[in-house]
Design a protein around this ligand. Structure first.
Ligand SMILES: C[S@@+](CC[C@H](N)C(=O)[O-])C[C@H]1O[C@@H](n2cnc3c(N)ncnc32)[C@H](O)[C@@H]1O
Length: 776
């Protein structure tokens, strides 16, 4: 990228950096003209797009090497290493590769099934057996192993059928005898244990559907937005949508399914054409890659040699449920899937643009690119983008087009018009793509021997963390505008976007979600800067235009008078808040009982309010505070809190680290306003530290102190409070504190408001906690 950028003549770079949407055809044509004759560009494209030069293509020798290593590990009893080796071999093995008369992929699945069986992962073992059988239906060992897995799952009827098929296709008499004895064992076992139903491993999405049809309307200064034709109660599902195009984030490639984004199971299914993507199931692999991995369909004559009662059974297993495998749209990964490098190397948003372009190229006979881009109906802010981004977009557009040209050949030719439309698509992705995040609960069980045996018997700290797993374009979802005080909440079930109201929304009101920044998380200035940098718009939401307590105190300092609840602001915050107070039409509009009135008494009580909002002056009593010296003390104290954070992560907590952090908390409390976010963070860290060393009463006090501050910064029913309550509940449970029931109920109420009936799906933790209440 840097090489290409450096090579572009300065005058062309300037033209591109200063371009607006109207100039795009001309800037793109000029850049295309330049790169057409620039040899290093074509070398780079060949490295990125030529399957011969790629490192991610299939390779039989490498697959056999990993298989060999897997076999060794299996013999040595190192099952977890064997599992990794077989999965690695499956990534490398071409579908049609043979080792002697055996299909390599089928053998690898069956070897991995053996490991999974040893690891007591019977469902996973069963699935690998089926994969092997779909490739080689007459693979006796696969039927035999499937029978054993079914027996472990107490699916005795299926187990007997599997072993009978194994016996029928097994050629050696020794083998047949072994299978017969296995059948006898299972028959004996069936008599003792009552059979249970087949295990299922499906995601229950509860079939909830939105009850209201939202309207897309034009909103002043924001473009289009979503409103409701009627009043909507809180916690109502208002929108559900599958992505138009999606991509997994690079850091999740080895841990999450590249199609549905769920955690990968032990029996990972690799892509059938290249060695990059991993899937949780064969179904996800087909939806993403468009290719099933059946290679010997003619081998179905196996059915003919079987007794009548087994024929239907075998057909069902080896053919699978084809209606489920139907590919609804263009498979997302297919167009990149020729063992080429570019989809692994280019940034996610560029690969996402490639996936969208593939949809165009599939239909290009009937529709031209400009029409296609228009039909996407996505807004963009190309003209407002930083100049360096404009240059990068141009370069990525041409690189992407040439990479795609390698796959699609003569189907299209690159020119300035096509390139300008790709620049628009990438700009649209920047503004409209959503980051798919999943909630994870992190449990830390740790018994600290350094502190002796004086602590209680069990301690558990649970925290909720959002893990970013993918990026996607949702066409209708992208019509929701942003608010820093949103009234709807967006979350994901696998890759499905769900949007739910968190407040009552009156008819005609706009439904707005948060693009990230929220009142309570950052102050107004930080939010405005973020939205400007990331989305190139000036936020005009209620949180950014009206005075609120959170924005004033979140980064505020303490008044020098110890008993004064007033706040002292830095100049960067003053600039923002002054404007809001100035626009406050009448001081009487603030209720005298409101805490905000108490904190900013002077500001609301003077005729010329904004003059009294000065950096360094208390907004309640007017006393001057030397912010320079307060800042120095705070920075020093914060270093101690950071040391505590590091010690928690590395599990190397010492008494000194904790007592230093406690002293720092007192310093922070003396210099910062009581609702400053940093105090909440310090309290939270101390809660975690005390709970890890078994000082649960102290842990509880600090956790509650943190929640009290967050309740001031956010709405008391905000989901952030629920995440903090997860910790409090764990501590209370370990303490045997009967008030845990109140905390659990409060947390469940908040989660239901944000996730409705999906709450237990997103937080399986809630079910565990619900069960715990019964013990009190
Ligand atoms: C994902 S789109 C939302 C739909 C968009 N309004 C449209 O017409 O397609 C994001 C764009 O909407 C506008 N927008 C969203 N929220 C806004 C807000 N709070 N204030 C001003 N503009 C906003 C900005 O132009 C932003 O780049």
């Amino acid at each position: 990228m840097e090489t290409l950028k450096a090579a572009i003549p300065e005058n062309l770079k300037r033209m591109i950096r200063e371009s607006s949407t109207d100039d795009l055809r001309s800037t793109c044509s000029s850049l295309h003209g330049f790169f057409q004759h620039f040899e290093p560009f074509h070398r780079m494209i060949s490295d990125l797009a030529d399957p011969e030069k790629a490192l991610c293509g299939k390779n039989t020798d490498a697959a056999l090497e990993s298989k060999q290593l897997g076999n060794q590990c299996f013999s040595n009893g190192d099952y977890s290493k064997a599992l990794d080796c077989y999965t690695q071999a499956l990534r490398m093995a071409p579908l049609e590769a043979c080792d002697g008369d055996k299909n390599v992929v089928a053998t690898l699945y069956i070897n991995r099934a053996a490991v999974l069986h040893k690891m007591n992962l019977s469902i996973e073992c069963l699935r690998d057996c089926i994969r092997a059988l779909r490739i080689c239906p007459s693979y006796a060992k696969a039927w035999y192993r499937r029978g054993k897995a079914n027996a472990s799952l107490e699916n005795y009827k299926d187990a007997i059928c599997d072993l009978n098929v194994a016996k029928s296709v097994e050629s050696s008499s020794g083998g047949k005898k072994q299978i017969e004895s296995e059948i006898q064992k299972i028959l004996d076992q069936c008599g003792r244990i009552s059979p249970v139903g087949r295990h299922q491993n499906t995601l229950n999405t509860m079939g909830e559907i939105p009850q209201v049809r939202l309207q897309c309307v034009t909103i002043p200064d924001k473009g289009r937005g979503m409103t409701s034709p009627c009043d909507i109660s809180e916690a109502s599902l208002v929108h559900i949508e599958e992505p138009y195009a999606m991509i997994i984030l690079k850091q999740c490639r080895e841990t999450h399914c590249h199609y549905c984004l769920n955690d990968l199971p032990a029996d990972i299914v690799p892509c059938s054409s290249c060695s990059i993507p991993l899937y949780c199931s064969q179904q996800c692999q087909i939806w993403a890659g468009g290719q099933m991995f059946r290679v010997y369909p003619e081998d179905h004559h196996i059915v003919e040699g079987l007794p009548n009662d087994l024929r239907g059974y075998v057909s069902e297993i080896i053919l699978g449920n084809d209606s489920e495998q139907e590919i609804k749209d263009i498979p997302e990964h297919k167009h990149e899937c020729q063992g080429v490098q570019w989809s692994a190397v280019l940034p996610s948003e560029i690969v996402l643009a490639g996936r969208i372009l593939a949809k165009f190229l599939q239909r290009s006979a009937s529709i031209d690119i400009a029409n296609f881009v228009e039909s996407l109906e996505l807004s963009h802010s190309y003209t407002q983008m930083p100049s360096e981004s404009k240059l990068e977009l141009h370069i990525y557009a041409i690189v992407l087009l040439y990479c795609l040209k390698h796959s699609y050949g003569a189907a299209f030719s690159v020119d300035g018009v096509l390139m300008s439309q790709v620049v628009i698509i990438i700009s649209q992705i920047r503004v409209n793509c959503m980051t798919i995040a999943q909630m994870k609960s992190i449990d830390a069980h740790w018994r600290p021997d350094k502190f002796g045996e004086s602590g209680p018997r069990t301690y558990l700290t649970s925290s909720m963390e959002q893990v970013r797993v993918g990026k996607a374009i949702y066409k209708a979802g992208s019509l929701f505008n942003h608010s820093c005080q949103p009234n709807v909440h967006a979350y994901f079930l696998s890759r499905t976007l769900c949007i739910r109201t968190t407040k009552v929304v009156a008819a005609g009101c706009e439904l707005e979600l948060s693009y990230g920044p929220q009142v309570g998380l950052w102050d107004c200035k930080d939010r405005l800067n973020f939205l400007k940098d990331e989305y190139a718009f000036q936020c005009g939401c209620s949180g950014c235009s009206e005075v609120n307590l959170s924005d004033i105190v979140l980064n505020g300092f303490h008044c020098i008078n110890p008993n004064c609840p007033g706040v002292v602001l830095e100049s960067r915050v003053v600039d923002c808040e002054k404007k809001k107070i100035k626009h406050f039409p009448n001081a009487d509009q603030v209720s005298k009982n409101d805490e905000i009135y108490d904190v900013c008494f002077i500001a609301f009580n003077q005729n010329n309010e904004s003059n009294h909002v000065r950096p360094g002056c208390c907004l309640k009593c007017g006393s001057y505070c030397n912010l320079e010296s307060s800042r120095t003390t705070v920075n020093k104290a914060w270093k101690c809190i950071e040391r505590l954070q590091d010690a928690i992560v590395s599990k190397e907590l010492s008494k000194t680290t904790i007592s230093d952090a406690l002293k720092s908390l007192h310093l922070l409390r003396s210099k910062l306003h009581a609702y400053n976010r940093r105090i909440a963070e310090a309290e939270d860290n101390l809660a975690q530290a005390f709970s890890l060393v078994g000082e649960l009463q102290l842990a509880k006090d600090h956790c509650k102190a943190s929640i009290q501050i967050l309740e001031k910064l956010y709405d008391p029913d905000d989901i952030v409070i629920a995440y903090e309550l997860v910790k409090l509940c764990s501590i209370q449970l370990s303490l045997g504190d009967s008030r845990v029931a109140d905390s659990i109920n409060r947390m469940s109420d908040i989660c239901s408001r944000y996730y409705g009936p999906h709450a237990n799906l997103v937080f399986p933790h809630l079910l565990d906690l619900g069960r715990e209440i019964k013990n009190f």
